[in-house]
Design a protein around this ligand. Structure first.
Ligand code: APR
Ligand code: PHB
Length: 389
């Protein structure tokens, strides 16, 4: 087989890149280790920056998002029993859109199928060959047969555990990582959200987040110990703990119900540099991970896709390689800012096992500064709605 771009990974990064290229007549094949059904069982954050919404429109996959997504003009930050509001709309002129990542992925798969674009599922043993030469090719096994695709470029969109990053030699690659000493226990429940906007809460029992997918589907998280397992938490225990971690007058509106999903995610900050090696480009979780506080994972993947797509477009349309040559530098400049925001917001809102009384005072002072200072709120809002591409 032969194609212009082999895209490894059929998560949101790979599918969005594939769809944008397809619309411009640039041929790409997506290789996915799992099935479409499996990919669509993953539940991830549900906040879309306007940059991502524009890209989805450009890719022609925003119809459902435009009719079913909810614009949120701000968010609530709580400390113990008190809360304040930060208005993104007043401070930046922009909203964010609440629409689940799983739905974004579903829309992208539907578009890919409608366009008859090639996706190969259940691939095993993917190997990227000669990425540092002029004629790369990708080999893999599917249905017990080995296959080879020759291509111009490889887009490594295969997430944190994929093969693409590992293909870059260790003497070229530098990795930066911070692992946090807690996780998030999340549940999805078919109940109305406790509040019309998200609530990020720092309480003396630990962090809590009240989020949602729609009027009758709520997503809630509480900070938990890394040694906990979802089975340790009955639904009742979860609701009780959540109630105690948000201001009492808001907790009065909390509607409990059976969880339809319950899982624990560890929190990690991670970046690999560079994001390009020869004809291989890393995109999304393959190159970087953020802790979920602030919902930057998918949005940062989207800015990578934006830079890579535009670089490939000028290469194929004008024979100009300046966009792909500057890809890593441009993508990383934005990635590090999203990393900083996610890290700072995580630090501001969580309880750490070794936190001293001094550390706690610093945390409170930071939240108090954010509550009362217009410039601090503006900076928070600018980061939350997404820095420019
Ligand atoms: N070969 C083929 N596919 C692979 C391989 C491999 N060796 N390894 C992993 N994959 C697939 C995974 O099965 C997955 O479907 O690559 C896909 C990567 O998808 P994600 O992990 O979702 O990563 P990405 O597409 O970059 O999405 C960005 O935003 O909110 C964040 O972390 C969240 O998934 C999210 C991310
Ligand atoms: C979610 O809705 O899952 C969500 C929202 C905001 C976050 C993280 C997750 O910061």
């Amino acid at each position: 087989m032969k194609t212009s771009v082999v895209i490894i990974g059929g998560g949101p990064s790979g599918l969005l890149l594939g769809q944008l290229l397809h619309r411009k007549g640039i041929d790409a094949i997506v290789l996915e280790r799992k099935t479409r059904e499996y990919v669509l069982t993953r539940i991830r954050a549900g906040i879309l920056e306007t940059g991502l919404v524009s890209l989805l429109r450009e890719a022609g996959v925003a119809d459902r998002l435009d009719s079913e997504g909810f614009a949120h003009e701000g968010t609530i930050i709580a400390l113990d029993d008190e809360e304040f509001h930060i208005s993104f709309r007043d401070l930046t002129g922009t909203d964010v859109i609440v629409y689940g990542q799983t739905e974004v992925t579903r829309d992208l798969y539907d578009a890919r199928e409608a366009a008859d674009a090639k996706t190969i599922f259940n691939v095993e043993d993917v190997v990227i060959n000669d990425a540092d030469g002029d004629a790369p090719f990708v080999t893999f096994n599917v249905d017990g047969k080995s296959q080879r695709i020759d291509c111009d470029f490889v887009a490594g969109c295969d997430g944190f555990h994929g093969v693409s990053r590992q293909t870059i030699p260790l003497d070229v690659r530098k990795e930066y990582e911070k692992v946090y000493p807690f996780g998030w226990l999340g549940i999805l429940s078919e109940t109305p959200p406790v509040n019309e906007e998200l609530i990020y809460s720092n309480s003396d029992r630990g962090f809590a987040l009240c989020s949602m997918r729609n009027q009758n589907l709520s997503r809630y998280y509480i900070q938990c110990s890394l040694s906990d397992s979802p089975d340790d938490w009955t639904d009742e225990a979860f609701w009780e703990e959540l109630r105690r971690r948000i201001p009492s007058h808001l907790a009065e509106n909390l509607v409990a119900g059976p969880s339809i999903e319950k899982s624990i995610a560890p929190l990690r900050s991670f970046v690999t540099e560079p994001m390009r090696w020869g004809r291989l480009f890393l995109c999304g979780d393959a190159a970087h991970i953020v802790p979920p506080t602030g919902a930057k994972g998918l949005n940062t993947a989207a800015s990578d896709v934006h830079y890579l797509y535009n670089g490939l477009l000028t290469y194929y349309q004008d024979g100009d390689s300046s966009g792909i040559d500057s890809y890593s530098e441009k993508a990383l400049a934005r990635v590090w800012k999203a990393e900083r925001f996610s890290w700072a917001t995580t630090n501001m809102l969580h309880r750490y096992p070794d936190q001293s009384e001094f550390d706690l005072k610093m945390q409170r002072a930071e939240i108090e500064f954010l509550r009362t200072n217009d410039a601090a709120q503006r900076a928070f809002a600018q980061n939350y709605v997404g820095l420019p591409y």
